[in-house]
Design a protein around this ligand. Structure first.
Ligand SMILES: [Zn+2]
Length: 79
């Protein structure tokens, strides 16, 4: 299984600890914090398209979910 590295320049810092986030693409696109381990996973229905298009779509969804989470999540979460 080849894992692609999601372009990190599009990723915002972790909403919880401010550390750098990194993304990886495998069966799903996963973006996780390098420090606290917070993560989001994007699962998409496999579309009949070139794999590169499918991958781009999943990465786009994961990055969007991560960045959006930052916007809605409090700077510090209790518990
Ligand atoms: Zn973090």
């Amino acid at each position: 299984m080849t894992l692609g590295i999601i372009e990190t320049s599009t990723l915002l810092p972790c909403p919880f600890c401010g550390a750098e986030a990194e993304g990886q693409y495998g069966d799903n696109a996963v973006i996780s914090c390098t420090s606290c381990g917070a993560s989001v996973t994007a699962e998409t229905t496999m579309i009949v398209r070139p794999p590169s298009a499918q991958r781009d779509h999943q990465m786009w969804k994961a990055v969007g979910a991560w960045n959006e989470r930052r916007a809605v999540a409090p700077a510090k979460e209790v518990g």
